[in-house]
Design a protein around this ligand. Structure first.
Ligand SMILES: *[C@@H]1O[C@H](CO)[C@@H](O)[C@H](O)[C@H]1NC(C)=O
Ligand SMILES: *[C@@H]1O[C@H](CO)[C@@H](O)[C@H](O)[C@H]1NC(C)=O
Length: 262
C-alpha cells in the first residue's frame, strides 16, 4: 500500500515538472524526459523490491498468526473436551450416590423387616410354648348298667370333647398333647347295689372307689391328677362286678377330664 502511494506521488511529480519554457530545445526536453523515466524506473523497482520484502514479512507474520490461532483452537477444544468429561463424570457420580443412598435405605428397611419378622416368629414360638391348649371332655350314660369284672366303661353321650381326646367307641381318653391332666368320675349306684370302679392310666390304677347304695340310689365322685405324654390313655374300669345307674336330674354317671398345664 505504501509502495503504491509512493509510485503515484512520483508520477504526479514527473507530470507536474514537464517543460514550460518555450526556449528549451526539443532534444533537451526529450533528454530530460528520458532521464526522468529512468529515475522513475529505478524508483519503481525499489518500491517493488521493498513492497515484496514487506509482503513477505506480512506473509510470515500471517502464517505465524495462523499457526498460533490453530494452537489456540486446539487448546480450547481440548479444554472443552476435558470440561465435558468432567461434567459427565460428575453426573454419573451423582447418579451413583443416589443409587447407593436408595439401596442403603432399602437394605435398612429389609433388615428391619427381617429383624421384626424374626422377633414375631420367636414371640409366637414362646407364646405356643407357654399357652395351654384347650383340651377337656365330659361323657355320660354308660353303655351297660351291669358290669363284669375288668370291664371298661364306655360312656356313650358326649357332653363336650374339646381336642377330640375321648372316644365313644373305646370309652378311653387319649392325650392329644403332653401335660398335666385332671380326671374325674361321677358314679351313681342303684339302691342296694355295689359299685367298684377305678381310673387307670395305661393299665395303672390312679384312684379307686367302692360304693354301696343302702337306702336309695346315691352317687359318688373321685378325682386324679396325672402327667401324660401325648398318646397315653386314661379310662374307667370296673374292678369287681358292679351296677350303675343314671337318674334325673343331672345325676349323671360320667367321666371327664381336662388338660390344666403343659
Ligand atoms: C456405591 O457403593 C459401592 C458398593 O458399596 C461402593 O463401592 C462405591 O464406592 C459407592 N459409591 C459412592 C459414590 O459412594
Ligand atoms: C416385610 O416382609 C413381608 C414378608 O416377607 C412382606 O410382605 C412385606 O412387604 C415386607 N415389608 C417391607 C416394608 O419390605
Amino acid at each position: 500500500m505504501t509502495g503504491l502511494l509512493q509510485l503515484l506521488l512520483l508520477v504526479s511529480m514527473t507530470v507536474a515538472s514537464e517543460p514550460s519554457c518555450p526556449a528549451c530545445s526539443k532534444y533537451d526536453y526529450e533528454e530530460k524526459v528520458l532521464e526522468r523515466m529512468i529515475r522513475m524506473e529505478f524508483a519503481f523497482e525499489k518500491v517493488l523490491k521493498e513492497n515484496k520484502a514487506v509482503s513477505k514479512t506480512v506473509e510470515q507474520d500471517l502464517m505465524l498468526i495462523k499457526e498460533e490461532n490453530e494452537r489456540l483452537h486446539a487448546t480450547v477444544d481440548a479444554l472443552k473436551d476435558q470440561q465435558e468429561q468432567a461434567e459427565r463424570k460428575l453426573v454419573s457420580l451423582m447418579e451413583e450416590v443416589e443409587r447407593n443412598q436408595s439401596s442403603t435405605l432399602e437394605k435398612i428397611v429389609s433388615d428391619s423387616n427381617n429383624t421384626l419378622e424374626q422377633t414375631i416368629a420367636a414371640f409366637n414360638d414362646i407364646k405356643d410354648q407357654i399357652a395351654t391348649q384347650l383340651v377337656y371332655f365330659h361323657a355320660r350314660s354308660p353303655k351297660t348298667s351291669s358290669l363284669s369284672t375288668g370291664e371298661v366303661i364306655v360312656y356313650t353321650a358326649v357332653e363336650t370333647n374339646k381336642g377330640n381326646g375321648y372316644s365313644t367307641t373305646t370309652g378311653k381318653f387319649t392325650a392329644p398333647v403332653r401335660g398335666l391332666y385332671l380326671f374325674f368320675m361321677h358314679t351313681c349306684t342303684p339302691t342296694n347295689k355295689y359299685t367298684y370302679l377305678q381310673i387307670l392310666k395305661e393299665g395303672s390304677v390312679l384312684i379307686a372307689s367302692e360304693y354301696y347304695a343302702k337306702a336309695t340310689s346315691t352317687c359318688s365322685s373321685s378325682q386324679a391328677f396325672v402327667q401324660l405324654d401325648a398318646g397315653e390313655t386314661v379310662w374307667v374300669q370296673c374292678s369287681t362286678s358292679s351296677h350303675l345307674y343314671e337318674g334325673l336330674p343331672y345325676r349323671w354317671t360320667s367321666f371327664g377330664g381336662a388338660l390344666i398345664h403343659n
